[in-house]
Write a protein that binds this ligand. Structure first.
Ligand code: GTP
Ligand code: MG
Length: 376
């Protein structure tokens, strides 16, 4: 694994805003972990782990290389990196909380990356610093979807005020959640005003991203007229805005009809955020229309929830949910990893299926085995 500049930087060495690093992939015990990434032009001492203070200072100075290194540390699955990473997160914590955190989801091909490129570039032109992260549970195979977005993030990746980081790869969704949250906090401490988190619209990753952002945007497209039937009601209930993308050319009218249809459905759904009405809009990420308007919606949302106290309450709840999420992950893992449980599971399962044991008795028996093992 080696750090590299993305090839879409077109050889513009100094103008490159992005050092794209691959996610960390290794065994959970850290045995296969590579040494910390060493970046070209790194301002920090090379070849060794830095001290907590060096990481914290580097991140707070907004040093992009140091930010990348701190993220790599947080993404490491090696136990020997864990304590240092946590000390760094602890150190930057007082400097977090000042950005607008926006999650963006949508089916593959909806135009999320193109939209992020358009929005991110526009925000940079407004003088904002923008970090783009991805949460992609499938990235252990694909090496992170953002890494594949060579053409679509080309402009943004050359912005001095942009920082793009692909999804960490490997590990469980729980592990991914922790890493993504901590990465978000690091970017915030490094002074990014807006954090855009892209996630593919499959399964649990939307819920994960919803639980770490302030504003959640659902990007949709027009289909053959049956697009709404395929849309899970659950995802729409997470959204603070629905944005119909690709409203351009011959598709513009259809996109507006789709928007009206979404508005109608949203009317019957529970809003994702107390005191906020989720509405549908159109845009064209390709032609750059509707981009500043949707940012206007985000700003209005932030004003409204900041004043009402809903934002503070949401962030508090998200942090607590994160704590208990980690507790549950740990409990689940320690249960399934318990040798006594593993040794007896097969027999208990057979007995339940054969009707010799009720499901309740079976659960009690396995938990008893776990309890006994923990006391030893
Ligand atoms: N006409 C039109 N095409 C668009 C627009 N936005 C994106 N596209 C095209 O749609 C395709 C998919 O865009 P992406 O940005 O890669 O979509 P994505 O949602 O990030 O896809 P995944 O990362 O695979 O989930 C590309 O060919 C884009 O050029 C738009 O506003 N109008
Ligand atoms: Mg994409």
């Amino acid at each position: 694994m080696s750090p590299h500049k993305p090839e879409w930087t077109l050889g513009v060495e100094d103008a490159c805003a992005t050092q794209v690093l691959e996610g960390v992939s290794d065994a959970h015990d850290g045995t296969a972990f590579s040494p910390p990434l060493r970046l070209k032009n790194a301002s920090a001492p090379k070849g060794r782990l830095l001290t907590t203070e060096e990481y914290v200072k580097g991140v707070l100075h907004g040093d992009r290389t140091m930010l990348s290194r701190a993220i790599t540390l947080v993404e490491s699955n090696a136990t020997r990196h864990f304590d240092l990473a946590q000390a760094v997160v602890q150190g930057i914590l007082p400097y977090t909380g000042n950005s607008v955190r926006v999650g963006i989801t949508g089916v593959p091909g909806a135009g999320k990356s193109t939209f992020i490129e358009a929005l991110g570039t526009w925000l940079c032109a407004q003088g904002k610093r923008v970090a783009v992260l991805a949460v992609d549970p499938s990235s252990s195979v694909s090496k992170g979807s953002i890494l594949g977005d060579k053409t679509r993030m080309e402009r943004l990746s050359r912005e001095a005020n942009a920082f793009i980081r692909p999804s960490p790869s490997g590990g469980t969704l729980g592990g991914l959640t922790r890493k993504s949250r901590e990465t978000l906090l690091l970017c915030e401490a490094a002074g990014y005003d807006v954090i855009l988190v892209e996630t593919v619209g499959v399964g649990q990753s939307e819920t994960t991203v919803r639980s770490m952002v302030d504003f959640f945007l659902l990007l949709v497209i027009t289909g053959a007229g049956d697009e709404l039937q395929g849309m899970k009601k659950g995802v729409m209930e997470l959204a603070d805005a629905v944005l119909v993308n690709k409203a351009d050319g011959a598709n513009a009218m259809k996109a507006d009809a789709t928007r009206v249809e979404y508005e109608r459905i949203l009317h019957y759904l529970r809003p994702a955020t107390e005191g906020w009405v989720t509405r549908a809009y159109t845009c064209s990420a390709l032609e750059n229309t509707g981009i500043r308007e949707i940012w206007g919606v985000v700003e209005e949302f932030m004003r409204s929830v900041s004043t009402s106290g809903v934002l503070a309450e949401r962030r508090k709840k998200q942090t607590l949910a994160w704590v208990y999420g980690m507790v549950e992950d740990h409990l689940r893992k320690s249960f399934y990893d318990c040798p006594a449980v593993a040794a007896n599971r097969g027999e208990v399962e057979r007995a339940v299926v054969a009707g010799e044991l009720s499901a309740t008795q079976a659960a009690a028996k396995l938990l008893h085995l776990k309890g006994q093992a923990s006391r030893q």
